[in-house]
Write a protein that binds this ligand. Structure first.
Ligand code: PRP
Length: 212
C-alpha cells in the first residue's frame, strides 16, 4: 500500500489557496472545509493527512520530520535556512521583501542605521553585503509603526499590495528579493516516500504552471 503523506499547511489565507491547489490535484480532504477548530485532517484513500500550522512554523515541522512536506514562504526559508529540500515554486503568496521608510528618507552614513524587522537574518545579510553598519530592532508585527514613532529609521518587511505602507505614510525604498510560497520536503521523507511525493509534486506542477 502507498504511504500516507503528512502535509503542513500554513494557517490563513495563503493556506486556503494552497489547499485549493492540492484539492484540484486530487488530494482532497472535504472535512477541512468544515468550520471548526480541528488542526489535523486525513483522507486515507487519497493518501494524505493535513495539519494547519502557524505559517512561520511550517519549516520546523518539515525539517524535523513531523510533516513530510509543507508549504512555506520564501521569506521564512531565507530567514531560518532550514535543512529541507525546496521542490516546487507554488506561484502563490507573491510579494516582495523591501526596505521601506518615509518617502524623503536620506541615509546618513555617518550614523548606524536603525532597522526594525521580523527578519533579522535577511536584514543583516543584506546590509552586510553593502558594508552598512546597522542596529537591528527585532519586532514581531506592526513593523510599520517603528519609523513613525522614531524607534527605527527604516524597516525590512514584506510588501504585497503596498497598502499598509501607504496608509502609514511610508514607501518602499529598495527591493531585497521577490517572495512566493514554496513546496518543501523533509530530506528523509523525500528518500523513503519518494514515489508518493514525486507523484504529488507532478500533479501540483501542472496546476501551478497553469496559474502563471
Ligand atoms: C504583512 C507585512 C505588512 C503587510 C503588507 O503583515 O508585515 O505589514 O502584511 O501587506 P500589504 O503590502 O498588502 O499592505 P501581516 O499581515 O503578516 O501582519 P503583521 O504585521 O502582524 O506581521
Amino acid at each position: 500500500m502507498a504511504e500516507m503523506i503528512n502535509v503542513a499547511l500554513p494557517k490563513g489565507r495563503l493556506g486556503e489557496k494552497v489547499y485549493d491547489i492540492f484539492e484540484k490535484a486530487g488530494y482532497d480532504c472535504p472535512a477541512i472545509r468544515e468550520e471548526n477548530r480541528k488542526l489535523t485532517f486525513e483522507n486515507r484513500e487519497a493518501g494524505v493527512r493535513y495539519f494547519w500550522v502557524k505559517p512561520s512554523d511550517v519549516a520546523i515541522y518539515v525539517e524535523r520530520g513531523a510533516a513530510d512536506i509543507g508549504v512555506a514562504g520564501k521569506d521564512i526559508l531565507r530567514e531560518y535556512e532550514p535543512d529541507i529540500y525546496e521542490i516546487l515554486d507554488m506561484n502563490v503568496g507573491k510579494c516582495r521583501m523591501c526596505v521601506a521608510g518615509p518617502a524623503d528618507f536620506k541615509d546618513n552614513y555617518a550614523k548606524t542605521l536603525k532597522v526594525a524587522t521580523k527578519f533579522p537574518n535577511i536584514a543583516k545579510k543584506y546590509y552586510s553585503e553593502k558594508s552598512r553598519r546597522i542596529d537591528i530592532i527585532k519586532l514581531n508585527g506592526s513593523i510599520e509603526l517603528a519609523p513613525i514613532l522614531g524607534l527605527s529609521d527604516v524597516i525590512v518587511d514584506i510588501v504585497e499590495t503596498g497598502t499598509t505602507l501607504r496608509e502609514n505614510g511610508l514607501t518602499p525604498l529598495e527591493t531585497i528579493t521577490d517572495i512566493s510560497a514554496r513546496l518543501i520536503a523533509n530530506k528523509a521523507s523525500y528518500k523513503f516516500k519518494n514515489r508518493e511525493i514525486r507523484r504529488l509534486c507532478e500533479s501540483l506542477e501542472k496546476l501551478v504552471a497553469e496559474r502563471e
